[in-house]
Write a protein that binds this ligand. Structure first.
Ligand code: NAD
Length: 331
């Protein structure tokens, strides 16, 4: 975010309604890749997450913050989940806003709508993992999950790599047309499969709200890369602990992966230790070799960190300022 284009007595506002025009998938990919690299290099860190059931509207509200010293990005995303929004108000259930601060003075610099941004930064994370961990000759993408996030994940993956076919499985099969539509728009064939059909896949993205393992070791072929994106809370689980334990595991942040991410179960069962979980950023920085063979199964445990939100918000503000579209308010 270029402070030179703003007066230090101004606050830049980029509301939710403008985010779609300000953020490309490419820019989100770039911002997330850079911040993962900065985290692995010790130049950026996330603050402890606050998440509270506020006892009103059954809402979960919280803060995810961090500081990227390298990029000079400091801030937080505030928001959460209001389960009755859609039915009672016609608003989406996930609501969030990002606030960015000047790390030199602490003054607030920007306020950015965080709803679409969250979906795009989450999709960017799995795409960054595909770029750095998937076999380069991958042809078939498998999708598990067909909800709100899945479409974003799929679009980003199809822009990251030239797949030849997409296969999909969902707990609620009636939602599979959500995937088929996106795949057909991209001019590729789509096939609904049983879980055993996932053995065709060279890469699998799983993005569900499941609390039980869906994908088992027997459903996955050697050499597959799996991006597990749904598990971001204690108790959630998308793949079996045995499958995770037989793979080489990467994550955005180790502390989250082993406590609220997909690795929590293999850790609890003593199948792996925290030392077995690697940072994806280290692969980006080439301090970790990443995939070492065509038969290795790699997993990205994408738990979602505040720094992803801040990096993408900062990129949005930069574009909005450059295009003269941010609302500048004196503070
Ligand atoms: P959604 O409600 O729109 O979709 C939920 C998906 O999970 C659907 O495909 C549904 O069929 C499937 N599902 C529901 N119950 C299931 C079960 N018992 N077993 C298997 N699948 C089941 O949700 P969404 O907005 O697409 O979010 C999906 C998940 O991603 C959530 O768990 C959410 O918390 C998580 N998420 C993670 C990040 C991150 O950064 N890692 C970011 C945003 C959301």
């Amino acid at each position: 975010m270029d402070g030179a284009q703003m007066d230090q007595h101004e606050l830049a506002i980029v509301p939710e309604s403008m985010i779609a025009d300000m953020l490309t998938r490419e820019a989100a990919f770039d911002a997330v890749e850079k911040v993962f690299a900065a985290m692995a290099a010790g130049q950026a860190y996330n603050f402890p997450v606050v998440r509270e059931a506020i006892g009103h509207e059954d809402a979960l509200y919280g803060f995810k913050g961090g500081f990227d010293r390298k990029a000079g990005v400091l801030g937080l995303k505030a928001g959460g989940y209001w389960p009755h929004n859609l039915e009672r108000r016609g608003l989406i259930n996930h609501q969030s806003t990002v606030f960015l601060f000047d790390p030199d003075s602490g003054r607030v610099k920007a306020m950015v709508g965080g709803n679409l941004l969250t979906a795009l930064r989450t999709a960017a994370a799995s795409s960054v993992s595909l770029r750095h961990l998937m076999r380069k000759d991958a042809k078939v993408l498998g999708m598990i999950g067909a909800g709100h996030q899945a479409g974003f994940q799929l679009r980003a993956a199809l822009e990251t790599h030239q797949f030849e076919k997409v296969i999909g499985w969902n707990y609620h099969p009636d939602m599979l047309p959500n995937l088929a539509r996106v795949v057909e728009e991209a001019g590729l064939p789509f096939e609904a499969v049983e879980l055993s059909g996932m053995r065709q896949a060279d890469a699998i993205i799983s993005i569900t709200s499941s609390f039980d393992a869906t994908l088992l070791a027997e459903h996955v072929s050697p050499g597959t890369h799996i991006a597990c994106m749904g598990t971001d809370t204690k108790g959630k689980q998308e793949i079996s602990a045995e499958l995770l334990a037989k793979a080489t595991v990467f994550t955005d942040e180790v502390a989250q992966s082993i406590s609220i991410g997909e690795a929590q179960h293999a850790i609890a069962q003593g199948l792996i230790s925290a030392a077995d979980v690697n940072q994806l950023g280290a692969v980006i920085n080439a301090t970790h070799v990443g995939r070492t063979s065509d038969v290795e199964i790699t997993i990205f445990d994408g738990t979602g960190v505040g720094l992803q939100d801040l990096a993408v918000a900062s990129s949005i503000v930069e574009v909005a300022l450059a295009q003269g579209k941010a609302t500048l308010v004196p503070v």
